[in-house]
Design a protein. Structure first.
Length: 411
């Protein structure tokens, strides 16, 4: 009996030691690598910290962007890390210095394996000193010489081997990219719970030739050439009203299942900003943060905002859950209506808004005057990662809205 008691104590001690080893992540810097296509890995760095209440906090880093993650569940040796706003989450098994698991987006049935290790804050390993400098403007074409071809503007800054910047397209930007030049190879990545992007390219003095990977489900080639004078078409020229239309017309439910329309008394004789978006879209999140702050800073009883959400969530209930989560996390005070769920097809979106020539981008934002006439349409959103372009947009948007507010309704 005495031997059994001793054995029990030994087993309890071993079990307790085992639990202490796996029960807590090491504080400090970590490197996570997603296993994608072509034997490539998509890396990003994050930090782990514990508050005085012993609550875990994680920060994900992409160049100047810091994403604070506070929805973390630990059970035994299992951990779930839910990214802010977006549905994507990391789930796996962990020890103090390693996590192995999957990045999961349930609505799209996507699962990408990953491994994270403690003590490494080098996003990319550098094998050779940088022989090229990619600082500058790059005229870019993705999927060149195909029917899926589209243009972009690469904007990069290099400091020794480290590179930061983004690609702007006619429908928005690829947000905060961070990476290195390793010899004559460019490597850039970003991760935010929606985007999981990797760009690789060979660099000459005047050309980038490479591949863009989106998770493990999509890839396409791109080619870029130096052109310091290159500019994309103006974002206010791409989407417009079809002939015979002056106004926007819709009726969609809000989170309380109440149908909302521009003909409602609330919007009569008001300047109205209408945002076409999705809760799954990082550029839309950037713009939603901007619009929420804009409304706070420009409080005016003659100004209203409405967002129309086109969701790929599989059910109406889950789509509304995502809308509510976005509103709560960002502090949105204006209505976000559910325009579509089950997919985010732009063709189907355009059928719901036939007065527009097309829905080219999420987001697309329309400015309506006090008569309800559409006065300006922005296609896409140049967010904070675009620097100068973001500053230009904010100035133009602010001036336009203020001018519309000064006008009198003729109704």
């Amino acid at each position: 009996m005495k031997n059994i008691g001793c054995l029990f104590i030994v087993l309890l001690f071993v079990f307790s030691c085992s639990e202490s080893k796996i029960g807590k992540l090491e504080e400090g810097n970590w490197l996570l690598e997603l296993d994608i296509q072509d034997n490539q890995v998509l890396p990003f760095t994050f930090s782990v910290n514990y508050t005085s209440e012993n609550i875990i906090e994680i920060k994900v880093f992409n160049a100047e962007e810091v994403i604070k993650v506070d929805e973390i569940t630990v059970k035994g040796d299992s951990i779930t890390i839910k990214m802010p706003v977006f549905e994507g989450y990391l789930k796996g098994k962990f020890t103090a210095k390693e996590i192995t698991g999957n990045f999961i987006k349930e609505s799209l049935d996507r699962i990408v394996p990953f491994t994270a290790v403690y003590g490494d804050d080098n996003r990319f390993k550098i094998n050779t000193e940088a022989r090229k400098d990619v600082t500058g403007i790059w005229e870019t074409v993705f999927s060149p010489e195909t029917e899926d071809s589209y243009i972009a503007k690469g904007i990069f800054k290099q400091d020794d081997a480290k590179v930061t910047g983004t690609f702007r397209t006619t429908t928005g930007d690829y947000r905060y990219l961070e990476g290195v030049v390793d010899g004559d190879s460019l490597k850039l990545s970003t991760f935010d719970g929606a985007h999981a992007f990797l760009f690789t390219a060979k660099v000459t003095d005047s050309v980038l030739k490479g591949t863009f990977y989106s998770g493990d489900h999509f890839k396409e080639p791109f080619i870029a050439k130096r052109n310091k004078l290159y500019e994309l078409p103006a974002d206010t020229t791409l989407t417009y009203l079809n002939e015979g239309y002056k106004k926007l017309d819709f009726s969609f439910p809000d989170v309380h299942n109440k149908m909302v329309s521009l003909t409602d008394e609330k919007y009569n004789n008001k300047v109205v900003i209408v945002q076409i978006m999705g809760t799954w879209c990082p550029n839309c999140l950037d713009e939603t943060k901007f619009l929420t702050q804009f409304l706070k800073e420009h409080k005016n009883e003659d100004l209203e905002i409405i967002s129309l959400a086109f969701e790929y969530a599989k059910t109406k209930e889950s789509a509304f859950d995502k809308i509510s989560r976005l509103k709560d996390r960002v502090g949105v005070t204006y209505p976000i209506l559910l325009a579509q769920y089950g997919n985010s097809s732009k063709a189907e979106a355009q059928e719901k808004l036939p007065m527009l020539n097309h829905i080219l981008s999420y987001p697309t934002t329309l400015l309506l005057d006090k008569n309800g006439d559409v006065r300006k349409i922005y296609t896409g959103f140049n967010g904070p990662a675009t620097g100068e372009k973001y500053t230009e947009f904010k100035a133009d948007f602010t001036v336009t809205v203020k001018n519309l507010l000064k006008e009198k309704s003729t109704k």
